[in-house]
Write a protein that binds this ligand. Sequence first.
Ligand SMILES: NC(=O)c1ccc[n+]([C@@H]2O[C@H](COP(=O)([O-])OP(=O)(O)OC[C@H]3O[C@@H](n4cnc5c(N)ncnc54)[C@H](O)[C@@H]3O)[C@@H](O)[C@H]2O)c1
Length: 334
Amino acid sequence: MSTKITVIPGDGIGPDIVDSAIKILTKVGCDFDYEFVDAGLTALEKTGELLPQNTLDAIKRNGITLKGPLTTPVVEGFTSINVSLRKQFGLYANLRPVKSFKGTQARYDNIDIITVRENTEGMYSGLGQKVSEDGSEAEAMSKITRQGAERIVRFAYELAQREGRKKVTAVHKANILKSTSGLFLKVAREIAEEYPDIESAEMIVDAACMRLVMNPEDFDVIVTTNLFGDIVSDLCAGLVGGLGMAPGANIGKDCAIFEAVHGSAPDIAGKNLANPSSVILASVQMLEYLGMSEQADKIVKALADVIESGDRTTRDLGGSHGTTDFTDAVIERL
Ligand SMILES: NC(=O)c1ccc[n+]([C@@H]2O[C@H](COP(=O)([O-])OP(=O)(O)OC[C@H]3O[C@@H](n4cnc5c(N)ncnc54)[C@H](O)[C@@H]3O)[C@@H](O)[C@H]2O)c1
């Protein structure tokens, strides 16, 4: 029986880039059974809800989801759909790998960094957000738990071990955020002792950002809290040619959602201009999660060849072609 996968095409450029990824998966021989459901603005327009119940049921039932970016309306009363999904399905680990592909406009050609971001706690989780009635004060709450910190740091070390990586850097701000970041760092140091074969480092987040720009080769696996992970991983995407090249996997105990790191790009939506590599690489992460590394490697090789040769690449990669031409170029190589 073929594996059933929930697909959320998403908003803006989402449907085009997800379509591209599915065509490539089909070409490489993946016999998946896809269940298409809606979320985000598309769902709101159709059903009046950003996250309809049938979408939540499909995510839970199938366990694996490939998702396009979603637009969260910027008005009060709507919480981020992505934050809701991560919380509801306990997707505690956000894995954001970036790897250099020859032929991009990136400043570096030797990057291979994975950011492991805690996905459910900390400042980003939206806890206790309040604005006073007169609008003069705003507050939000950040909460880190020992269990959450242990789980994510251990995840990062296990990943490093599995993938033969050499170093894990814990990124924090414990010098100032002594309670929350302090607890995260304390736990990171404890867990590091369990993995003597892997080099452990720690770095304050602002210094880490500077170092990432100046000496990115110093990093291998980065483990950090939610908000820092959000920012640092976008910085890492910039090192390899921008958001169009950055995939992300949200992993929980019983459920995983694979997606592009970027948003719905309303400025280029509907214009056939988006680089689909982010979702293609997210589908590669999905194949690796499913143990289908042979197909995953084939896709990465074909994608790398298209980008390096400049054959039908998109504008952000220095080319002049659209999403569909780029997809065809990858498919021809498979
Ligand atoms: N995972 C998600 O679903 C997710 C993530 C971030 C933002 N968002 C949402 O997306 C919407 C738009 O956000 P934004 O404009 O701040 O960020 P964005 O990531 O959509 O776009 C930022 C810039 O990058 C470009 N870009 C993004 N993806 C690209 C691609 N694949 N190819 C070529 N260029 C690409 C865009 O054209 C834009 O200039 C917002 O509603 C936001 O909430 C969703």
